[in-house]
Every structure is written in C-alpha cells, then in structure tokens.
Design a protein around this ligand. Structure first.
Ligand code: SAM
Ligand code: SF4
Ligand code: FES
Length: 346
C-alpha cells in the first residue's frame, strides 16, 4: 500500500499519472486524507489561498434537451418554466456587482428562447458593467460562440458529464459525445477560458471511466473543472438510482487538482447538498472557487436540477455573507480580482 503514497508523491511533484495509477487511487479509501492534503498543498502552491467567487444567475429553466439525470429536462412536465427578460438579467448582474462579485455566470437550460441578438445584448451590457462573464448555456454552433465571445464573454462552462461513450449515449438522447467535444474545441479556439467536468456516480460508471474523465480534463488542458455527485431526481428516468457519494466526488476533484495544478476548480453546490460542510471540505481538498447563487426570489426553487439543492430559500445578500464567513473561518480570503487562470510557467 505504500505504492499509493508513491503515486501521490509522483502526482504532487510531476502532475502526471497513468490511468492505472488513478484507478489505484480511486480504488482504496485508506489514503484519502493524504490525497486531500496533497491536493490542498498543490492548490496553495499554484493558485494561492484566495477564493474566487462567481455570482451564478440561473436565468432560464427552459430546456430542449432530455438529459436523463436533470430535473430541467424537456419531458419533465412538473417544472414551471421561466425565462427572465434581458433587462432583468442585466439588473441581476448589476446587483451581483453591488455585492462585490467580479464575475457572473449566466446559466440556463439549452434553448432558443433567447435569440443570438438577445444574447449579444445581454452579454455586452453585462460586460459594460466591468464584470467578467462566464456562460453556461449548452451546445451551440461555433458561429454562435463567436458572437458571444465578441460581445464580451470570457469563459464557458460545458461539462463533458462522462467520457464513457456508452453511458453518454444512454443518458443523453439525441446528443453525441463528439458534438460535446467539438463544442469544447471550438470554445478553446475562440479564446474562451474553457470549463468542463463530470458527474460522479452515474449508473454504470466505473472508476476506470472516472480515470478517463480526469485524463480528458488534462488532455484538453481545461481552465476550469467542475465536479460533483450525480444526485437522483424523482421526476427523471434515473429516479431509482443510487447516485454518487460525496467522498468519491471529493477524490475525483483532488486528483484533478494534482494533475491540473493551476486550473480553477469550484467547490460545487452538489457537494454541499450531500454534506453540510461540503464546500469548505472541498476548499480544503483542492478547490479554489465558489459559485454562490445570485438569482432572486421564486426562480431559485424553479431551477431544481436535483432534490435538496442548497440556498433555494436564501437571498443573494445572505449567500454572499454566508460563504464569506465560511471562507474566512478556514483562514482563506475572498479574492477581489477577476480570477482568470494564471498558467503555470514550468
Ligand atoms: N444546460 C447547460 C448544460 O447542460 O451544460 C447548463 C445548465 S445544466 C443544469 C448544469 C449542470 O447541472 C450539468 O452540466 C450537470 O452536470 C448538472 N446536473 C444536472 N442534473 C444533475 C443532477 N441530478 N445531479 C447533479 N448535477 C446535475
Ligand atoms: Fe438541459 Fe443542461 Fe439539464 Fe441537460 S443538464 S437537461 S442540457 S439543463
Ligand atoms: Fe447560500 Fe450559505 S451560500 S445560504
């Protein structure tokens, strides 16, 4: 078992592991604390102690896709659909800035509710406020991504969800893994900071396939990697599944930090949903970003991807104070910078 300690040492010093080595790390729980501590050291060395906050605006739950795990899927008739007007979205961004955020994440289901011209208007107005913009609105054409980039978008989040071709096909009717990869490639070519990530604990997923996911993040040199447990939603076809565990998600995240030392890695909402101290534990195990919700009122409840989602009855002001307090309590600071990825020069 000292093999595991040798693997951890290799990961911490070279930031490179084979698939077999990653599988060994995921297969045992005996050295988890050492793994988390190594990821924390690498985080501190490469991206420092500051935590970047990104204000998350969930601006529409309308979705034309049917991802098996997601509460917003098209066939979920129980969801009351909403879409905020462009000016409401801009106003939320402005309020987020008032709370001290330097970046907003504009996230929605995948749909054509907003025309390209609408998106151009929203992005350029939000950019003019002096905010960095992360988009997370699904698969689009390269031409569309280009318009958004030119309008002022800086970053794009599009999880690969799983690199396992069979599982991907089963869980994403009408979608193709190749198209997802095409989107990520287009986004990189256009100069976005590209965020991806996976769901941990999908039905049929093995530790080998999680190892492939981690190696995929490394292969595409992802700028941001969001990882979280799959949490079953009773209004979806995966209602009866077990879902992912907090510890496995944390381990996938920690190994990802070891391999991509300078990436931005959020402590995700789904992690806190499974564990009351989830985000803080993640910040102590490799994460350096948190994305507090800045959506207002009833819309938070209507953006229900999975049950138990945190913060759905809280206000943006409350969440900002809450997370700042938690970050300071572990001796870290909230950054007042934009928090772009600073590439390791080694
Ligand atoms: N529609 C865009 C997309 O799919 O990229 C952005 C919004 S989507 C709701 C954001 C993320 O939610 C997805 O990438 C997925 O990983 C996550 N998600 C959806 N359902 C989930 C579930 N049941 N448990 C955990 N995460 C989930
Ligand atoms: Fe739509 Fe995104 Fe949910 Fe898939 S994960 S159903 S694309 S909101
Ligand atoms: Fe929303 Fe703590 S971050 S209540």
């Amino acid at each position: 078992m000292t093999d595991i300690l040798a693997i951890l040492h290799t990961a911490e010093t070279t930031h490179s592991l084979t698939k077999a080595e990653i599988v060994l790390l995921l297969a045992t729980n005996e050295y988890d604390q050492q793994l988390f501590m190594a990821a924390d050291r690498v985080r501190s060395k490469y991206v420092g102690d500051e935590v970047h906050l990104r204000g998350l605006i969930e601006f529409s739950n309308v979705c034309q896709q049917n991802c098996f795990y997601c509460g917003l899927r098209k066939d979920n008739a129980k969801v009351k659909r909403y879409w905020l007007t462009p000016d409401t979205i801009i106003e939320l961004a402005s309020k987020a800035q008032g709370y001290g955020y330097k970046t907003v994440v504009l996230q929605s289901g995948e749909s054509d509710v907003y025309t390209i011209a609408d998106m151009h208007y929203i992005i350029s107005k939000v950019k003019a406020l002096g905010l960095a913009i992360t988009l997370s609105v699904g698969e689009k054409t390269k031409a569309e991504y280009e318009v958004y980039k030119k309008a002022g978008a800086d970053r794009y989040l599009l999880r690969i969800e799983t690199t396992d071709r069979e599982i991907y096909k089963k869980l994403h009717p009408g979608m193709e893994l190749e198209n997802r990869i095409r989107c990520l490639t287009d986004l990189k070519e256009l100069g976005y900071e590209v965020g991806t990530g996976c769901l941990v604990g999908l039905p049929g997923q093995t530790i080998e396939s999680l190892a492939d996911d981690i190696l995929f993040f490394k292969a595409i040199d992802a700028d941001m990697i969001g990882l979280g447990p799959f949490i079953p939603n009773s209004d979806t076809p995966l209602a009866g599944e077990l879902g992912g565990t907090f510890v496995t998600s944390l381990k996938v995240m920690a190994i990802t930090r070891l391999l991509l030392p300078d990436a931005n890695i959020p402590a995700t909402t789904a992690m806190e949903t499974l564990n009351k101290e989830g985000r803080i534990t993640a910040l102590n195990s490799g994460a350096n970003v948190v994305m507090p919700n800045v959506t207002e009122g009833e819309y938070r409840q209507m953006y229900l991807l999975y049950p138990g989602k945190i913060c759905i009855n809280d206000t943006p002001a409350h969440c900002r104070g809450c997370i700042t307090g938690k970050i300071m309590a572990i001796g870290r600071q909230v950054s007042n910078k934009y928090g772009y990825r600073v590439k390791n020069k080694q």
